[in-house]
Design a protein around this ligand. Structure first.
Ligand code: HEM
Length: 257
């Protein structure tokens, strides 16, 4: 059994390559063209903020798509495969931009963020609690992506349990961005958080409602189109025919004794 499904290898390669090129490229660019540390700091500050914001929107996109995957809408539109792949790829890209977010924070020497402060919750001196929410989200993201890549090994039940981490993760990272971010007070940034968070709440409400309805048997669970082999179908039709004939005869007999 291969470690990661072959279908996921191209997406992973593209993401890893993208991350590697941006990290090495930015490092080369700043150390070749910037003459002093303050301007290098400025560059990496811009990188950590923009990468953080892009990571948040990509995560929101992946979560919203994920919440709609149960809907039959994508079957009707014949888009289920595309939506599933977009859901997976946007989660991978989120990881890339979180990598750039941390790289920017690490190289911006205005506020020191050695790796331990980036990876241990509450270790940072800068806004410790909001930053810790980011660290927890990071581990949630790693668990989600790793368990999805290794789904056949971890098993569907464990995978599904781990996958529910997306709920606290998205709530935590929304507060992380709003409480620790420089741009959070900007009018555009408020929409940046409000729109995806509103969508998340609405789709969660619909999803939980559907789940409760299924539990209470109020809505018949969707009948999956089970493929019935021809031989069985013919037997069934014949037996139904016989029965109907019998009924018809009985009815006729009663109707016309
Ligand atoms: C899934 C993971 C993460 C996402 C999606 C994320 C997203 C964000 C966003 C959207 C901002 C606001 C940026 C702004 O307003 O300009 C932000 C700021 C920040 N994040 Fe994260 N973050 C994540 C993980 C982390 C981690 C692991 C750390 C580690 C300590 C961290 C530390 C920070 C800091 C210090 C800021 C303030 C930066 C500034 O405004 O200058 N984040 N993050």
């Amino acid at each position: 059994m291969e470690l990661v499904h072959e279908r996921q290898v191209p997406a992973m390669t593209v993401s890893a390559l993208f991350l590697f090129l941006v990290i090495t490229g930015s490092y080369g660019y700043t150390h070749l063209f910037f003459s002093n540390q303050p301007s290098i700091n400025q560059f990496y500050w811009m990188m950590d903020r923009s990468a953080g914001l892009v990571a948040y929107e990509l995560l929101a996109f992946s979560v919203v798509l994920g919440l709609t995957t149960a809907s039959s809408m994508w079957d009707r539109l014949r888009l289920r495969r595309v939506v599933t792949q977009l859901h997976q790829f946007s989660a991978l890209l989120t990881a890339c931009f979180v990598g750039l977010h941390l790289w920017g924070l690490h190289l911006d020497q205005m506020i020191s963020f050695p790796w331990p402060k980036l990876l241990i919750p509450l270790a940072s001196d800068y806004r410790p609690f909001p930053t810790a929410l980011g660290v927890l989200t990071l581990y949630g993201l790693i668990a989600l992506i790793a368990s999805s890549m290794l789904r056949e090994r971890v098993g569907v039940k464990a995978w599904r349990t781990i996958h529910f981490a997306y709920v606290p993760m998205f709530i935590l990272v929304t507060f992380h961005g709003m409480l620790s971010g420089t741009d959070s007070t900007q009018p555009w940034a408020i929409w940046f958080y409000a729109v995806p968070f509103f969508l998340f709440i609405v789709l969660m409400y619909v999803r939980v409602g559907k789940y409760k309805a299924t539990l209470n048997g109020k809505s018949r669970p969707k009948l999956h189109r089970t493929v019935v082999p021809n031989s069985v179908r013919i037997d069934r039709i014949q037996s139904e025919d016989v029965q109907t004939n019998k009924d018809r005869e009985a009815a006729r007999d009663t109707a016309f004794p």
